[in-house]
Design a protein around this ligand. Structure first.
Ligand SMILES: [Zn+2]
Length: 246
C-alpha cells in the first residue's frame, strides 16, 4: 500500500516536472504572428545566456526546413502580418556574435538584430570593425541597448534620456545607418521609459516578456527566450507556443 502511494507520488512529480519544462499544454499561436527570438552569446562555453554553436545552427536549420523567413526587427515593424516570419535578436553585443554566430548566419543567409551597449564592461564586446563588417553584409542591423547597460527604471528622466539617446547616436555613428530599434536592459522599464524611447526616435523596442503576438505595440515587443540548455523539443514548443517553461 505504502509502496504504491510512493510510486504514484513519484509518477505525479515526474509528470509535473515534465509539464513544467515542456509546456505542450499551451495553445499553439497562429503562424501569421512573428516569432522574435532572444539570444545573447553564442559560445561553446555554454551557460544560461550562451547557446552552443552547434545548437544555434540546429535551430536555424530547423526554422529554415519549416519555411520560416528571417527578417530584422525593423523589417518586421514595416511588414504587415505574414506567415512564418522570425526575427533573431542578440542583446549586449558579445564578440562571439561575430566569431561564432555570424558564420552560421551567413551559411543560412539569415538575418539578425544585435543590440549594442557601447560602454558595457562585463563582457568581451564586438569591436567597431566587426560591427562594420556585419553591417556591410546586409544580414545584420544594429539596435541600441543604452550606453552602460543600466536598469532604466532606476534612473531619473534626465539620466534615462541620456542613456537612450546617446546609445542611439553612438550606434548610428558606428554603422552610418539610422538606429531604429531598442532593447530595454534587463527587460526593465516603466511607461515613462517607453515615452522616452519613442521620443528618441526609435520605431520599435524589445522586452524580455515572453510570448508571440502581432506587432500591435512595437515599443513593447515580446520575445521567445532561447537559453543554453534549451533542447530542440523545447525549441519547437517555444516556437509554436511562445515559451516552453512555466
Ligand atoms: Zn542586455
Amino acid at each position: 500500500m505504502i509502496i504504491s502511494i510512493i510510486t504514484a507520488l513519484i509518477a505525479l512529480c515526474a509528470l509535473l516536472w515534465f509539464l513544467g519544462n515542456y509546456n505542450i499544454w499551451r495553445p499553439v499561436v497562429p503562424s501569421d504572428r512573428p516569432r522574435v527570438l532572444m539570444y545573447h552569446s553564442i559560445s561553446n562555453d555554454v551557460s544560461d545566456l550562451a547557446v552552443s554553436v552547434s545548437k544555434f545552427e540546429q535551430q536555424l536549420k530547423w526554422l529554415k526546413a519549416r519555411g520560416y523567413r528571417f527578417v530584422t526587427v525593423s523589417e518586421l515593424f514595416e511588414m504587415g502580418a505574414q506567415s512564418k516570419v522570425v526575427a533573431l535578436t542578440f542583446d549586449d553585443g558579445f564578440e562571439d556574435n561575430y566569431t561564432n554566430m555570424f558564420p552560421v548566419l551567413q551559411r543560412y543567409n539569415a538575418k539578425a538584430s544585435i543590440y549594442l551597449a557601447p560602454d558595457i564592461s562585463s563582457i568581451d564586446k564586438l569591436t567597431d570593425e566587426q560591427v562594420k563588417i556585419m553591417q556591410a553584409s546586409g544580414l545584420c542591423e544594429f539596435g541600441a541597448h543604452t550606453m552602460s547597460h543600466v536598469n532604466l527604471s532606476h534612473l531619473d528622466d534626465e539620466q534615462a534620456k541620456w542613456e537612450i539617446e546617446q546609445s542611439k547616436t553612438t550606434v548610428e555613428n558606428l554603422t552610418q545607418e539610422k538606429c531604429r530599434t531598442f532593447a530595454y536592459p534587463f527587460g526593465r522599464y516603466t511607461g515613462r521609459t517607453v515615452e522616452l524611447v519613442k521620443a528618441a526616435g526609435f520605431d520599435s523596442a524589445v522586452t524580455v516578456k515572453k510570448g508571440i503576438e502581432h506587432v500591435s505595440d512595437p515599443l513593447q515587443m515580446k520575445r521567445i527566450s532561447i537559453l543554453g540548455k534549451t533542447n530542440i523539443v523545447q525549441f519547437y514548443i517555444a516556437i509554436t507556443r511562445g515559451r516552453y517553461r512555466v
